[in-house]
Design a protein around this ligand. Sequence first.
Ligand code: ADP
Ligand code: MG
Length: 385
Amino acid sequence: MNTDMKILVVADYDSVKSLLQEALAHYGHVQFTTSREVKKEIDRIAPDVVLIVKPEDGSGVELVQYIQGELAEGIVIFLTEKQDFNLLRDIIRAGAIEFILMPDELALLTDRLDKIAELSQLQQRKKGTASQGKAFVRGRGKVYSFYSGKGGSGRTQLATGFAQALKLESTARVLLIDLNLQYGGVETFFSLDTSRTLADLVPVMNEMNENHIRNVSQRETHSKLEVLTSPRDAETAENMSEEFVSRLIRSSRRSYDFVIIDLPTHMNELTYTALEESDFIYYVMNPDTPSVQNYRLVEELFRRLRIDTEGRLEVVVNQVGRDNELTVSDLKGLIQNPIATQISRDHRGVQAAVNQGLPLQREANEKKLTPVAKEIRKWVLAKLS
Ligand SMILES: Nc1ncnc2c1ncn2[C@@H]1O[C@H](COP(=O)(O)OP(=O)(O)O)[C@@H](O)[C@H]1O
Ligand SMILES: [Mg+2]
């Protein structure tokens, strides 16, 4: 069986969920979500097949339409417990390929899935031979967000360094987005001018494409890394919608191989949306007690907001030095998420670069790097390999 096929099940009740869990037990990638959560998660998960169990609130048709719109090649199958001809007709019109009655027709469901799996294997084999030698698969970039509940922990320093190294050390197309809409930050590390900002994309949000983004982005002088700077304005920030943030991230991931996002500490619907849309979250933490306490609060907040970080949040310990209050191994005992890497504190090296408005790394395979730049580069190279 093709274990690569990603199946997303949208089910609101536990009874149906366990029934399907059993029926789908031999498929490798099965994820469950609810009709409330699916819109936030669909783009990140990018499933091959979506099984929608009829939601009680009658939103089934609308949901099928929405998912069809978001997934160019996704296949939608609708599951219900009651035969309903009108619903069947509307669901098929909306783009579902199959309408299956539970539990009677569950055998039909697995039969269908097996056929789809065979087909997608065939397609993948074809694509595989066609794209040999190409370093990156176009059309589905990875979104990495840098977050922390505590200001000054080094999000902007690391997000800019990470994006810069990624751009310099690979052929990937990289976009850095500064979502600190009120205060910005990225422009000071790269000396960028701030006349064009991501706010210029608001008027085209519904048809946003690569050209729009490229017209608004600026290029870091050395690497040509593309950067969307922040409007740095409370009023503009206030007028941005979560819909805009979600459109921005989705268009970006369609046009770039990597999208790196610098996030504010402040949790609002925009930060929430960006976190939900991210494939991966780097939580930047300093090795001291206040940072650990803050991390605990964020964990609790994520739980309450139902932001699922399972398998997609790693901690980056920043400012590691000899006189830290806590060591990295202390941290390992105090936090549950894995530690991605640790970055030293190098006040001199970092400050010198910041004062001149120069990036830490300026060319590929640069020889004379400061400790922080060297560590970021090593981390990025490990990610690329
Ligand atoms: N590893 C490090 N060594 C030395 N200074 C650092 C390091 N990381 C960040 N800094 C400095 O600490 C300050 C805060 O970092 P910044 O990235 O702006 O934090 P945040 O974006 O989380 O608020 C900046 O002046 C930055 O240059
Ligand atoms: Mg910052």
